[in-house]
Design a protein around this ligand. Sequence first.
Ligand code: AHR
Length: 644
Amino acid sequence: MEMKILLLGASLVTSLPTMAGGKPISPNLFGIFFEDLNYAADGGLYAELVQNRSFEYSPSDVDVHKQPAGGWHPFTAWEFAKEGNGIGTISLETREPIHPNNPHYLLVDVKTVGKHGVGIRNKGYDGIVLRKEETYRFSVFLRNPDGGSMPVDVVVKDHKGTVVADTSFTASSSTWKQYEMVLRSRSDADTAALSLLFKKRGTVAVDMVSLFPIDTYKGRKNGLRRDIAETIAALKPAFVRFPGGCLAHGDGLDNIYQWKNTIGPVEQRKGDKNIWNYHQSMGLGYFEYFQFCEDIGAKPLPVIAAGVSCQNSARRRGDGQECVPMEDMLQYIQDILDLVEYCNGPSTSEWGSKRAAAGHPEPFNLEYIGIGNEDHITPEFEARFKMIYEAVKDKYPEITVVGTAGPGEAGKDYEEGWKIARKLGVPVVDEHYYKGWGWFLENLHRYDSYPRGGSKVYLGEYASWGSALENALAEAVYMTSLERNGDVVEFASYAPLLARVGHTQWNPDLIYFDGKQVYPSVNYHVQKLFSLNRGDTYHADVVTEDGGKSMLYSSCVRDSHTGDIIVKLVNMDGRERKANIDLNPFKRIRTEAALTVLAGDAKAKNEPGKPASVIPAESRIKVKKSFGYTMPAHSLSVIRIKTK
Ligand code: AHR
C-alpha cells in the first residue's frame, strides 16, 4: 500500500473533549510482553551457557511436522569426548535421579583414561561465548556409584582447540553432590565448547552441568544475561507480562504452564516442552521473573491459563482447546490463589515461605493477574474463567484480574470475550492484534469510542508486520492514539519482545540477539521513546499542521512528576512537514527543550549482526509558547519541554 494514499485518508490530531488540566493517562500504559519464544529464555535472557544441562531434551519437545524428532533428544548439544586415546561409553540413566522432576542423567563409564580422560562435551547455544578476563561459575552434580574418588578436568576450548579456561577437582561421593568453582577466561571465544573429562577407570553419574557468567544482571546467581536485561531495563517498562503468549495456555492440557514447577532449586524444577517447538528448562522461573520485575522497577503481570489450553493445540487450528476437568478445577484455582500468596503472603505462610527460602522475604507486591491468553471463547472457557475470576476476587479483592478477548481485533471471540468481561465486571481486558502498518493508521480512532467507566483495555500484543522504519513509525502513530485514550487503555505492550538470531519462530520482534550481542530493532527505539516520555495527562489541540492540512500525527502529554510537557510528532511522509505547536494553555515553559529524532529511509531496518542504521539523535532546541517545528521526512520527533 502506498504511504501517500494512507496519508490523505488519515485523520490525525485529535479534538476529543479535554478535561481542565488534561485528560488522565494510565501510569502503567507502556510495558513489555515477555514470552519464551524464539529462545527468549533458555539461550536468551537466562544466562546459562550450557544447553540441555540436565539431559531432559526429548523428541516429544518438538513437533515432528516441523523438525525431525531425531534431532532433539537427551544428548542434544552434547557429544562424547575423549581427548587422547581414552576408551569409554556414555549412557542415559533414570534410576535414582537428583529429583523425580529431573529424571534423566548421564552415566560415564571410563574403561581407559588415555592421555586426557573420557567424558562429555557441550556446545552451548551455537557455541559458548566467553570474554577475556571474565569469570564464570561452573557447577555440576556428580555421583560415584562405585564409591571412591574420581578426578575431573573441566576444560573450555575455542574452535581452534585452544584452552580458554580450565579447572580440576576430585569427586568423591556415592550420593548426588554439587561441585561448584569459578573459571577465568584467558581470551575471547565466540564458539567454544565445555568438556568434562573423567580421569580414572570407573563410572560416574553426571547431571546439571552448568556454566554461568558471574556478571549477570545485578549479579544475581542463576541470573539473566546482562546485555539483554539492560536493553530491556532501558525501556523502563511500567510492567512485565510473562511467561506468554501461547506458552501460558500451552499445547494441550498437559502443557499448560504450571508456575509451581518453575520455583525452588533449579535441579528440582520440572522442564517441559515449549509450545514453540523446543524445550523449557524453567531455570528462568517465576521467582526470577518477579525478581527481574523488581530489579527494573516494573510491575509484574503474570498470565495464567483460564483452565483451557491453546485452541491451536496439537496443530488443530481453532478447535484444539482442551479443558481442565471440572473435578480438577478446585486444585487448579488453588494453584492460582497460591501464586498470590507466593508473591504477597508473609514469609511465614506456606507459599510466602518458599519465596523467603529463595532469598526474598519481602513481598513481590503483585497487583495484577492475567487469566487466559487470546482463547477461543467457548462455553467451557467461560465457565472456567468465571470460576477463577470469582475465586480470585473473593479471596484477594485487591488483585486486578485481566481477562481476554480472543486472538483478534474483532470477530466472534472478541465479541464474546468482551461480553463476558462486561457481564462479570472484569476490570481489564486483553486484546491482541498483528497487522500491516496501514491498519494502524486507519484505526487510530479505535479506542475513542470505547465506553468509559467499564472494563479497561490491556493491548497485550500488537505489532505491525515488519521491522522497517515505516512499521515503527506506524506503531508510533498508533501509540499517540493510545496516549490520547490513556483513560481507557490501561496497559499496552509490543509483542514479541526477544528473538535469538537463527532460532526465531516469529518475526518481527522488538530485540534481536545472538550469543555475543544485542540488536534493538527500530521498533524498539519507538517503544523506548514513548516509554521514557510518558505523561499522566493528555492535552488536545496543541499541534496543528502548518497550512491547516491534517497531515501529521501527534500527541501532547504532561508528566506531573517533573512538570515536563512532552510533544510527540510523527511524520509518515517522505518529505519534511511543518507543525505549529501551541503551548499557550500551559502557564510557563522554559525556552530550551530536549529534542530526540528518529528518522531515516522508510524501508531502513536495524539488521541483526550489522551496525544499527536507524537510531535516535538527541539535541537541544529553542521553543516558545507558540513555535513552528519542521519534522524530517519519515520521522518521530519527541520534544521535551521543562516548565520548572
Ligand atoms: O506473540 C506471539 C504469539 O502471538 C503469542 O504467543 C500469542 O499470544 C499470539 O498469537
